[in-house]
Ligand binder design. Sequence first.
Ligand SMILES: [Zn+2]
Length: 441
Amino acid sequence: MIVRACALLLLPLLLACTVAQAAPSRGFDVLHYAVALVPDIAAKRVQGQQTLRFRAGQPLPTLTLDVGELEVTAVMQGNRVLAFEQGDQQLRIRLPTPLKRGAVAELRILYQGAPTFGLEFDPARDEVYTIFSTRQWMPSVDAPDERATLDLSVTLPPALLATGTGRALPTRTLADGRHEHRWRLDTPMPGYVYGFAAGRYQQATQQHGAVQLRFLSVDRTPAQLRSVFARTGDMLDFFAARAGLPYRGDYQQALVASTIGQEMAGVSLMSEAYGQDVLADPSQTALMAHEAAHQWWGNRVTCASWQHFWLNEGFANFMTAAYLQQAQGEAAYQSQVQRWRTRWEAVRAKGADHALVYANWDSPSGDDRTVVYQKGAYVLHLLRSELGEEVFWHGIGDYTRANDGRSVVTADFQRAMEKAAGRSLQPFFAQWVYAAAAAAR
Ligand SMILES: [Zn+2]
């Protein structure tokens, strides 16, 4: 499950990589989104309004946002109605007067839609939840190097509970009895880690040091949820120690109708079926560890473009194995390493191996994903063997702390590891990261 976690679901997002790679020509920087959503679960529709604050990075006559299949009905600046056009899953807004470089402006966008992916509706469970492709439920810049703060509100029938990215603000009860759930994400984060889940959930909460844990599910009782997520606090402690950065905020995990695992800022979504697997076999914690590891590697330290996606996914897989090594013993770690190596060698045997830093992510194949997820983790294991425990983990901590809240490329990681090692690692990176490896070790 780890193998496929995120990758398949990211496919629609990855298809947008040409947009991501065109980042320098975007011409503006989003500072803040304030989004108010009203989902209609039975009708599988959503209505939204958004206020977008952005800064022009160059003289800016138009603003282009990713908008998926949403239908934008109006764009306003103050009371002024702006002209816009939609096409190719983008929204192009004509600004009344071009913005000067450095100028900050605010626009309001009204929209509606019936997303077929990115926002999942399950009327039988009274459930709605996001899956990665943020553009499908809010106009946004769907690129990993665009970080912004977020105010998110979701208005729902009163019987539903909800979890979302950011710090929960008090829920408002509207005149008609519906509840407006609200969250504020104070730290700028990339759009693909925004999201929420809402449903007729049961819940359990638990305090772990300074972190409040919350578990949600339609199918599981609070006691079962505590059992499924019994290791969550340990995982956060382990990753925090390896990162040298304490976990920030509260952490919530929800079991939703169907997903193969998704990390959002402060929230992970997994499937009800996975929860059942863990109840049956409590050692099956790898997927939840993978998503928890992303809170540091992926969410706080984010690949600047999908070319460097192994810095998210190879890291999350490797850190999962490192956690299992501590929690379950050396054999659990070695079993993960062997699995990565077997998967990657199968790809290599058919001539499909390639560099970890891989530009052509327009349409990633299963083999491409094996390279990023499994070979990426395997290469971190090799680097650990090459450098030894002390130097390796020192370098990992330095890299993570130095890049907290930043978008990174592989050179940032190499630099940190070389500093920890006190020598050039160019031969290692040339062989294992920037080229298809010539020979297995
Ligand atoms: Zn992942």
